[in-house]
Structure formats: C-alpha cells, structure tokens
Write a protein that binds this ligand. Sequence first.
Ligand SMILES: C[S@@+](CC[C@H](N)C(=O)[O-])C[C@H]1O[C@@H](n2cnc3c(N)ncnc32)[C@H](O)[C@@H]1O
Length: 290
Amino acid sequence: MVAEVLVGLNCRPGRLYVDGTVGEGGHAAAILDRSTPDGELWGLDQDPAVLQTATARLAHHTSRFHLYNYSYTQLGEILEEKGAPGVDGILLDLGLSSHQLHQSHRGFSFLGDEPLDMRFNPQEGVTAAHLLNTWPPEGLERIFKEYGEEPRSRKLARGVVEARRRAPFRTTQDLVRVMSQALGPGGRRRGRLHPATRVFQALRIAVNQELDQLDFFLSQAPAWLLPEGRLAIISYHSLEDRRVKQRLAAWEQAGVMRRLTRKPLTPTTAEVARNPRARSAKLRIAEKFS
Ligand SMILES: C[S@@+](CC[C@H](N)C(=O)[O-])C[C@H]1O[C@@H](n2cnc3c(N)ncnc32)[C@H](O)[C@@H]1O
C-alpha cells in the first residue's frame, strides 16, 4: 500500500519521516523518492539482517537517510540523542517481512524445517523453542488463545507439554507434528487453516512481545510527532488493528489527533494478486492537531 502511505503521510520535501519497521526498505525508498531533494528518513528495525538489504537499496539517497537497529519503541531515544523536537510522519508496517518468512531460517514458517527461533533480533530475548520447552501449560494455553485466537488452545498446550517430556522442541516440524497429533485426524477439517497457523502466530507475537511494543508505541507516538505530523499504521491481524483503531478514536476524543481514515484502507485486488500476503492489511492514518 505504498501509494496510500505516501498520501497518508503527506510526504513532501524538507520534512523528516520515520519508518519504524523499515524492513528491506520498500516504503522507505518511496518516501525518500517522494521527498526529494531534501526530505530525510530514519529507518528503524529490530532485525540487523534486513537492515543490510535496506542499506544497499537506499544507498543512492546517500546523506538523506539513517538506519538504526532499534525497536520502534525507542524512537524517543533517537529524538533525544539528536536534540530533535519531533518528526513530520511515522510509518509502522507491522509483522514480518517476506525475507524473514521465507529466507531467514529462523522458523517463522511451518512449511520448511528450521530452528524454532522466531526472534526478529536474534541477539535479544528467548527463542520460540525455549518458550515451548519451559513455559507452564497455563502460559502456553493463554498465548495460544490470546495471541493465536485458537479455540483449541488447552488441547494444544497439553499436547506440547506431553511431547516435550519425550524430547525437547528444536525445529518447526517438531511443532507441526505435535499440533497435528494433538488435534487428531479430524483437526484439519474444522477450518481452512493449517492447525499450526494460529500457534505459529501466537509464538511469534509472544517471542517478540509484539503487542506490548505496539501498546507502548501508541502511548508515546503523539509526543514524537510535530504539530500536523502524520501517523500511518498497517496491521495484519485483528489483535493489532483493534488496538490501533481504539487508540485513534481515543486520541480524537481527547483532541490530540484527528483520524483521517474512519474505516481502514485495504489493498486493491491488483495488489493482493501481486502480493497475497497483503490480503489482510489494514491501513489507518491520523494527524496531530496543530
Ligand atoms: C512487514 S515488514 C516491513 C516491510 C517494509 N515496510 C518494506 O517496505 O520493506 C515488518 C518489519 O518490522 C520489523 N519489526 C517488527 N517489530 C518491530 C519493532 N518493534 N521495532 C522495529 N522493527 C520491528 C520486522 O523485523 C520486519 O522487518
């Protein structure tokens, strides 16, 4: 949703933008192009590997961008370090990149057989395998239910605890096998989703504390924006979108920010055809009052 983001951020020369989830730099490149000749961009990402790709992609914009191996929750630290009062626009494109899903070998996809890591930053925090091997069954049940919206969370948590008594979880296929066994032969028929889909989402959210990070960001974002600064957030599941929607409504009521999208923008059919992972994307935009 690049075009919608550029309009949403009111991208112009001479302004300072933050891409809080810069990934491989797709949106960042478009922001720099649109803000030619002197717009600036700070790109943040927790994953040091994707920043290498972004650096190469943005190289021709030379002095107009800076990349940081930071969480978007740390934008306040950068502002302080730079002595900057705020920025003109912030983009968050939540979740994980195609590179992380298909090429990182960190266990984000259940299609291959990879180490069950799932950390965006492999130098921080604990892995999905550690969580599966050590958490009590109630904790596992809670994340499967809350973060995966998985109706059979108790059964699956019990399956994990039984399986780890025999051997610790190491790879994605260890988990896929246990999910299929726990649900039995009828498990797949209940819905179209693979039984592991929701559990993989839940584990990724838990490992990276994604909802806590988003909540913290939403509690700070207006303070990081200059008057009339714009915020654009793309989310990919209802747990994220609900939070963004509620916060935007609350800001408007409190006279902090004005919603520019009552209903979220969604990708066109052509974009979904090009990139099927975009099908669940929802973009919400708001502007800080002057
Ligand atoms: C969907 S991708 C972004 C793709 C990017 N918009 C582009 O055009 O290439 C999401 C990125 O957000 C990063 N990410 C997730 N949580 C983050 C956080 N709290 N702080 C910074 N980056 C984060 C992931 O590492 C991933 O690279």
